[in-house]
Design a protein around this ligand. Structure first.
Ligand code: PHE
Length: 454
């Protein structure tokens, strides 16, 4: 049964900010710009927005709804709502997916700690080969590990402080700081000569670039960026009071998350085009996971006030990463507390050891374990691909089955309108429900099958 003494978020804005804090992270600032660069620019953005509205927003609303109704960790949520059935295994899958994500997420979090330290201590000077520097850093056997542990340790510390004191307070501050900083970097970036080509690349679609692999990538990115399909939203929702407006909060989270991704793209892509115009080379937007860490230091080094911009940028990257990492760790922690009956401190230690252990392997896959392959991918890339493109959509798919077919329409609509106390137009409620029951599962299943078998 749900526990009566469970903590809740203190305010309405707190819920929105904590969920937005989970959604807005490395996915927006590190992953989105490089996925956009690798998948055809505006064509990817267009696919992303479609996936978001048609599949991901309904999943987000359902995950929030199930979490609030079940009021416990993902595993128990399903046991409470569907006692004695096999649905609870979806909850376990969610806990597992969160642990898998945190394991490679903390490595990139560690890189952002390193780049923040670097930009504060030495700054970035023109003429250096940042590709080589980045490669040498991530290829080192122990340096990235230290930073990974610092990042994971910071995350654990915030979690130990508990829901309201730790997560809510941290998210409230960090997300506002982040917004201000990143807008400053956008202004800087857009004022560089040649930046307009980057804006065009981001917003004028070339429809010939829309392929199934772009669709798989866009859907995976949308799931990853919204933090859905792995129980984070469900866990946060379990701390929410019963009078929240689920649909409105979900729409707010999706809006702010997309806004941040586009703003992050505007901070990075035009700057890459501007630097290329200055050097007389082609813009290297396809640099992949290194885009932020390789291209931007070069960009910062050659622009006025670049040192300050670099410090601000990497600080915001770190802040965004931490608010997301705490939501991932909280899924594992709440599971250990409620299902294994351990204290919060011990649960955090367990999550730290588990994710840190796999994180070490992910980090080493850029160095000593470079040649070790899982299904043709390095360990880091394997966890990244597996979670975004397979585990999260699969988790989302199962959740839509549960919400659309097990909960049934009356219960779903009752939750959406808080028992008829919130006035949401009936047609809107029904549209949301039919998206959850039919459109999202069919669409997600088709793309997932395509990703697995073609
Ligand atoms: N959405 C987060 C980001 O964009 C990552 C994340 C994925 C967090 C899944 C929680 C769950 O960085």
């Amino acid at each position: 049964m749900a526990q009566k003494s469970r903590e809740t978020f203190g305010s309405r804005a707190g819920v929105l900010l904590a969920m937005a804090g989970s959604a807005i992270g490395l996915g927006n600032i590190w992953r989105f710009p490089y996925m956009l660069g690798q998948n055809g620019g505006a064509a990817f953005l267009l696919m992303y927005v479609i996936m978001l509205l048609v599949f991901c927003l309904p999943v987000l609303i359902s995950e929030y709804l199930v979490g609030r109704r079940g009021a416990s960790n993902p595993y128990r949520c399903f046991s409470v709502l569907a006692p004695g059935t096999g649905w609870r295994w979806i909850g376990l899958l969610a806990v597992l997916s969160s642990a898998c994500i945190l394991s490679f997420y903390c490595v990139v979090g560690g890189w952002s700690v390193k780049y923040l330290v670097e930009s504060c201590m030495n700054g970035f000077t023109a003429g250096q080969n940042y590709g080589e520097l980045f490669g040498a850093f991530i290829g080192n056997a122990w340096k990235p590990l230290v930073y990974t542990m610092i990042f994971l340790g910071l995350t654990g510390l915030i979690i130990v402080l508990g829901v309201r004191k730790g997560i809510e307070r941290m998210s409230k501050i960090m997300i506002k700081v982040l917004f201000v900083i990143i807008v400053l970097v956008v202004v800087r970036s857009l004022s560089l000569p040649g930046a307009l080509d980057g804006v065009r690349y981001m917003f004028v679609p070339d429809f010939s670039k829309v392929t199934t692999s772009v669709m798989v990538a866009a859907m995976g990115q949308a799931f990853f960026s919204l933090s859905i399909g792995c129980g984070t939203i469900m866990t946060y929702a379990s701390y929410v009071r019963k009078d929240e407006n689920i649909a409105a909060t979900s729409a707010g989270v999706a809006f702010f998350d997309t806004l941040f991704a586009i703003i992050a793209g505007l901070a990075i892509i035009p700057a890459v085009f501007a630097a290329a115009a200055q050097n007389g080379t082609a813009a290297n937007v396809e640099a992949g996971p290194g885009l932020v860490f390789i291209t931007l230091p070069g960009v910062f080094s050659s622009m006025p006030l670049g040192r300050i911009a670099a410090v601000l940028f990497f600080l915001s990257l770190l802040l965004a990463a931490i608010t997301s990492a705490i939501s991932l760790m909280e899924v594992v922690v709440s599971f250990v507390i409620e299902e294994m009956h351990r204290s919060r401190g011990r649960a955090v230690l367990a999550a730290f050891l588990l994710c840190g252990g796999v994180g070490v392997l992910c980090s080493l896959s850029f160095g000593p374990l470079e040649n070790f392959r899982l299904f043709g991918l390095g360990i880091f890339d394997f966890f990244d691909y597996l979670t975004s493109n397979i585990l999260l959509p699969a988790g989302g798919l199962l959740l839509t089955f549960f919400a659309g077919w097990h909960l049934k329409k009356d219960n779903y609509l009752d939750e959406l309108t808080n028992g008829g106390t919130i006035r949401i137009p009936h047609w809107l409620c029904c549209t949301i429900f039919y998206l959850v029951k039919w459109v999202a599962p069919i669409g997600i299943a088709l793309i997932l099958l395509n990703c697995l078998f073609f």
